[in-house]
Design a protein around this ligand. Structure first.
Ligand code: KPL
Length: 306
């Protein structure tokens, strides 16, 4: 079985390593020749889990490479969906499967529009992973990846992945709900931590941050209810506080992006929520305020050379 992976961040490297370990032939598509040079000095991915290390030899190339693609994993940043996918479209076979494993919402529909929804499957993961160096991934928290089609058609996980694949998977017949749940947590935690420059756990500890988090959760629940989406069994705030506590020492992905002067996924997270809120006529003033503040913070950071 062959897998092509677009996006060599933590999740892309994690999947590349586990696919290789299960016997798949893996090809990473890298952004530019200098990344390819860095990769070639290493020749594979280093996977670290429970203080053990494995070297996983995989191949790499640029988007200009040729040859048919039967299985593609898309795990770039959400805002790169179209620019990353477009050059590969001519290489996708008629029976290709494209697994979209990204944060945010709206980008999955964008991928389905480009590739054709019949070839697309959507994933949402709770695996915790980070890169300690380029192509060296630490599998810090064992989670689960829910996988399902956007249109509810039947599909088979065993046909998609090699036997013995080591990451935990769950077939999901309501992936849209799963994506909304993840969006809810990201809307509650990511912009606040990015704005205050704090760790996830501080949102649960600091009373002022906690109050804002509660308001954000209530606004989100109103939009989800108007869209007919059932989120969690209990109130969202309980769930968001639990995730903030469980990932207490983490820097959220949005805070990391701000600190490294990279673009954030705010448009695919809070931006998507605000867009949906407008569509269904629900006011989300706190989310709108955060959207504006993160946009300003992002452009100030990206224009500074500190
Ligand atoms: O998914 C996350 C992120 O940082 O993007 C959370 C759950 C907030 C963990 O850091």
């Amino acid at each position: 079985m062959e897998w092509t992976i677009l996006g060599a961040g933590a999740i892309g490297c994690l999947w590349a390593a586990y696919l290789q370990q299960a016997g798949a032939r893996v090809q990473l598509i890298l952004r530019d020749p200098s990344r390819l040079d860095t990769f070639r000095q290493q020749g594979g991915i280093r996977l670290v889990r429970d203080e053990k290390e494995w070297f996983c030899p995989v191949e790499a190339g640029l988007a200009t490479a040729t040859g048919p693609i039967e299985r593609l994993l898309l795990c770039t940043k959400a805002f790169d969906t179209e620019s990353a996918l477009r050059p590969l479209l001519p290489r996708l076979t008629a029976s290709a499967r494209v697994l979209v494993l990204q944060n945010g919402l709206g980008n999955q529909q964008q991928a389905a529009g480009l590739v054709g929804s019949g070839r697309v499957l959507i994933g949402s993961t709770t695996d915790g992973a980070w890169l300690r160096a380029p192509f060296e991934v630490v599998h810090a928290g064992v989670g689960e990846t829910a996988i399902g089609p956007l249109d509810g058609r039947p599909f088979s996980l065993p046909e998609l992945l090699p036997p013995g694949f080591g990451l935990r998977l769950r077939p999901d017949t309501d992936i849209e709900r799963t994506l909304w749940r993840k969006l809810a947590i990201n809307c509650a935690i990511n912009p606040l931590t990015a704005l205050h420059g704090c760790r996830n756990g501080d949102l649960a500890r600091n009373p002022a941050y906690r109050d804002t988090l509660e308001i954000l959760c209530r606004e989100f629940e109103q939009v989800a209810a108007a869209r007919g989406i059932r989120l969690f069994d209990g109130p969202l705030v309980q769930q968001a506080l639990r995730v903030a506590e469980n990932t207490g020492d983490n820097l959220s992905s949005m805070l990391q992006d701000i600190r490294h002067q990279r673009p954030t996924e705010i448009e695919q997270i809070t931006g998507y929520l605000c867009h949906e809120a407008k569509r269904v006529g629900v006011a989300v003033p706190r989310h709108r305020e955060l959207l504006e503040r993160i946009r300003r913070l992002e452009s100030a950071r990206m224009n500074s050379h500190d």
